[in-house]
Design a protein. Structure first.
Length: 214
């Protein structure tokens, strides 16, 4: 795979016809949003997206708790923010309440599926069939430098239902890209993923930081 930043020339402007396009075609679309948003009468997390992102973090789906409070990885038992703060991805300490401010650092957030559940096992195949193509559209629309999936389960769910392929994958930088965006997979920071310690997670985010700087 070519080094990050190499490859085909990026598009001059946004793609028309996107399911998430806002405003007139060709206009840059700022997308700073915080708090909960509605989903079919329920509540989910808003996307934190803009053009020119260095890293777009993609979770499997919002937890019920995170959706209710309106911030990514808000459950205090989740290890994302402690690992993120140890990794050096940004130079200041960040909490879940400040997730939207990371857009200013070129870091965004979204999910493979947007329906909140208490656990990922509560998702159905229909959720991925509905949302994975929407995620692909978002990535192509905003074209972040790096797309970082939290866990192989999230990445494989995207591959199957967003790309229509089933293939083996490992943690780290992937051979496959999504549009112009490189793809990186880190361990899921959920406390249920006890195989990886906090230091392990921080090390993976540190590797992500190194790739994002290339």
């Amino acid at each position: 795979m070519a080094p990050l930043g190499a490859g085909p020339e990026r598009r001059a402007g946004p793609r028309c016809g996107s399911q998430i396009a806002v405003g007139k075609c060709g206009q840059a679309v700022p997308a700073v949003r915080s708090g909960s948003s509605t989903l079919g009468g329920g509540v989910t997390l808003p996307d934190h997206l803009r053009e020119g992102l260095k890293i777009l973090f993609v979770g499997l789906n919002p937890s019920q708790y995170s959706a209710e409070v309106g911030h990514y990885f808000a459950n205090p038992r989740n290890r994302f923010w402690p690992a993120f703060n140890l990794s050096g991805l940004v130079t200041r300490k960040v909490t879940s309440e400040e997730d939207a401010t990371l857009l200013g650092d070129g870091i965004g957030f979204t999910d493979v599926a947007k329906r909140p559940t208490p656990m990922g096992s509560g998702l159905r195949a229909a959720d991925f069939r509905q949302w994975a193509p929407v995620l692909k559209d978002k990535i192509i629309r905003y074209s972040p430098k790096l797309v970082c999936f939290h866990g192989l389960m999230a990445y494989k769910a995207y591959l199957q239902h967003g790309e229509g392929v089933k293939e083996q994958a490992q943690l780290g930088l992937q051979q496959r890209t999504i549009g112009f965006s490189a793809v990186f997979v880190v361990p899921n920071p959920s406390p249920a993923n006890a195989k990886y310690s906090l230091n392990d997670l921080a090390e993976w985010y540190g590797r992500l930081r190194e790739f994002s700087q290339q």
